[in-house]
Design a protein around this ligand. Structure first.
Ligand code: FAD
Length: 302
């Protein structure tokens, strides 16, 4: 199933992100995660590429297994920085052969920032838009292509305006849908969506939500993503910093509230960064079950 068609058929689209285990762990560890997520009815599951020290080859295997073993729609992330066209082509050919038809086309980070993965030092691609153009030229119509979007602007961009201009170029290169960086302040997302609309960027934007479960995680998230922390969220983190269970409960409640607000606003989709924690994802999905089913039923009735 092409993800562009999913967005045409139903709103909201609810999806999960998982990541491959590190090389020293078997693939079965992430398959146990997929098994535990499956009955939550995700519209698609995305699999990261070379992030967090994982091996890149595993992304294709996991994405294919999501489809073959569980009958779910996979979205394979693919980065292009420091890759040659030949290397990217090899991955694209394998994805096609294995029936994975959805790609999140990304630039990736330079090696000193990136947490893992090999690099051939290739210079064929500079930005994600180059990868989007390459996919649409070499495999016209074969993939539904998603791309990353940053409601607060990408960390290395001088301004949100400039980042939005580059985002529009990327979409015009052949992007069907956008998945956002995590954020904790919905108003930033709403303003971002309005600006895209004003710029005539009309592809569906699915909102990336990450439940924060411990105080260590928050520092890492902020330094990697540059997400700003609203005062309400900062208060919660500070108050329960030394009470792990309370902090996890509060993090799940905060993510739930964010999602309910986004759904009420009419967001095209919600993309949950599961951190390979089905227990947490399950609690959030239980919290939004009636809201989600009301909206899905609303979307399919005439
Ligand atoms: P781009 O869209 O290329 O943008 C990168 C920067 O370049 C931006 O500042 C942009 O404004 C600027 N830019 C774009 N075009 C031009 C131009 N023509 N001239 C000048 N500047 C320009 N990383 C991984 O390694 N693996 C993953 O699986 C992964 N998954 C992700 C999933 C999501 C939803 C998100 C939001 C990020 C993910 N990342 C992943 C991180 C991502 O690779 C980094 O954020 C990376 O720094 C930017 O990737 P991009 O595709 O957004 O790049």
């Amino acid at each position: 199933m092409f993800i562009r068609d999913l967005f045409r058929r139903r709103r909201p689209v609810v999806s999960f992100e998982i990541f491959p285990p590190k090389r020293e762990y078997p693939l079965e560890t992430v398959y146990a995660t997929v098994e535990a997520l499956r009955d939550l009815g995700p519209d698609f599951i995305s699999v990261t590429y070379g992030a967090g020290g994982s091996s890149r080859e595993r992304t294709v295997d996991i994405a294919a297994a999501v489809k073959d073993r569980w009958g779910l729609t996979p979205l394979a992330h693919l980065t292009c920085l420091e890759q040659t066209k030949a290397e990217v082509d090899a991955v694209l050919d394998t994805l096609r052969e294995r029936g994975v038809h959805n790609i999140l086309a990304l630039r990736g980070d330079p090696p000193q920032v990136s947490l893992g993965g090999s690099s051939s030092g290739g210079e064929d691609f500079h930005f994600a838009a180059d990868l989007v153009r390459h996919i649409t030229t070499r495999h016209p119509g074969a993939f539904s292509i998603g791309a990353a979007a940053y409601p607060e602007g990408h960390a290395t961009c001088d301004s949100l305006e400039e980042d939005l201009r580059h985002l529009k170029e990327k979409v015009e290169a052949g992007v069907d849908f956008l998945v956002t960086q995590l954020f904790f302040d919905n108003d930033l997302f709403f303003r971002f969506a309005e600006r895209l609309d004003a710029m005539d960027v009309r592809v569906p934007v699915t909102a990336g939500i990450m439940p924060v479960l411990n105080a260590r995680q928050i520092g890492r998230i902020v330094s990697l993503s540059g997400a700003s922390i609203p005062p309400k969220f900062a208060r919660i983190m500070a108050r329960y910093e030394n009470a792990p269970e309370a902090l996890a409960d509060a993090g799940i409640a905060y993510a739930t509230e964010q999602i309910i607000d986004l759904l009420s606003w009419g967001v095209a989709g919600v993309h949950l960064y599961t951190m390979n924690r089905p227990d947490v994802t399950r609690r959030i999905m239980a919290n939004i079950a009636s809201v989600r089913s009301t909206l899905v039923e609303g979307a399919i009735s005439p």
